[in-house]
Ligand binder design. Structure first.
Ligand SMILES: [Zn+2]
Length: 283
């Protein structure tokens, strides 16, 4: 099983996680810029973080044969802090970088007018840089947040096929697929979405325009839940090719729209891991 995790915050994970991910078949990740827990107080703090997403993390991932790309944006939560919004002037500089494959995470947290402004401004940047966009949906009032996000996407004029609406559930998938966007699902240990619920969604909606991620960060999360979802798919009767489509080819197709995805030498499991008992799940 080869895995591309299209949304994971490796900055907040340990090197042991990279080792476990590599051993389980994770060959590529995309790390979206987001809130890092402690509120930032100035644009320079973002610049250091963005530099890490295009510098240090790709280097760290490469030690384990994992290809690392990033998405860059002012996140919805910090779009509400006037000390942070000047970072919007810095974002274009990073959108020009070779390893940046989308604008994100953008979207809504509390659905304020400040968030409206940052969301629209950054969708316009996605259009002008010809990059895809990764849209976070709020944890509270998800249905309304998703509807409003889709309205802003339509208004921006971006091709919906270049937009993923993320952190979806059974109640929000229909409107996203109908709008022509990609549907992203974050699999978590207890909240949001489980591997078994994800399998039910795949049975009902098929495998087109669906992205599955672990969204692992500093909170209670698990970078191997992509792998667990693949295993649950196989147990439910999906073929290895179905699993490969959802967990590898779909994220490749989505981010390839950036024209920057570089997966040279990582499309097959690394020889050092392929034959190990860990790579076969210890079986
Ligand atoms: Zn995230």
């Amino acid at each position: 099983m080869r895995i591309f995790d299209p949304h994971i915050h490796m900055t907040s994970r340990t090197t042991d996680d990279y080792m476990a991910m590599a051993a389980a078949g994770v060959r590529a990740v995309v790390e979206p810029a987001f809130w890092v827990g402690q509120p930032r107080t100035n644009p320079g703090s973002f610049a250091d973080y963005f530099d890490s997403l295009v510098g240090w993390e790709p280097h760290r991932a490469s030690q384990f044969g994992i290809r690392h790309h990033a998405t860059i944006a002012l996140n919805p939560k910090e779009a509400n802090d006037a000390r942070c919004t000047p970072v919007l002037d810095l974002v274009p500089r990073y959108l020009a970088k070779e390893s940046v494959v989308a604008v994100g995470e953008i979207g809504y947290d509390a659905m304020t007018t400040e968030e409206d402004t940052a969301f629209a401004a950054q969708l316009a940047m996605a259009v002008s840089f010809a990059l895809p966009a990764l849209v976070h949906t709020p944890h509270r009032d998800k249905k309304r947040g998703t509807e409003r996000s889709l309205a802003v996407v339509v208004e921006s004029g971006i091709d919906p096929g270049r937009v993923v609406i993320d952190h979806l559930n059974e109640l929000t998938i229909d409107i996203v697929l109908e709008a022509g966007c990609w549907a992203g699902f974050s699999i978590y240990p207890q909240t949001k979405m489980s591997p078994d619920r994800m399998v039910e969604i795949l049975k009902r909606y098929g495998t087109e325009r669906i992205l599955v991620n672990s969204a692992a960060d500093w909170g209670r999360s698990d970078p191997l839940l992509t792998v667990r979802t693949g295993e649950a798919m196989l147990a439910a009767g999906f073929t290895p090719d179905d699993v490969d489509k959802v967990l590898w080819r779909n994220p490749v197709d989505f981010y390839q729209q950036s024209g920057r995805l570089n997966l040279a030498h990582v499309t097959e499991p690394a020889a050092s891991f392929a034959g190990s008992s860990i790579a076969r799940g210890g079986q």
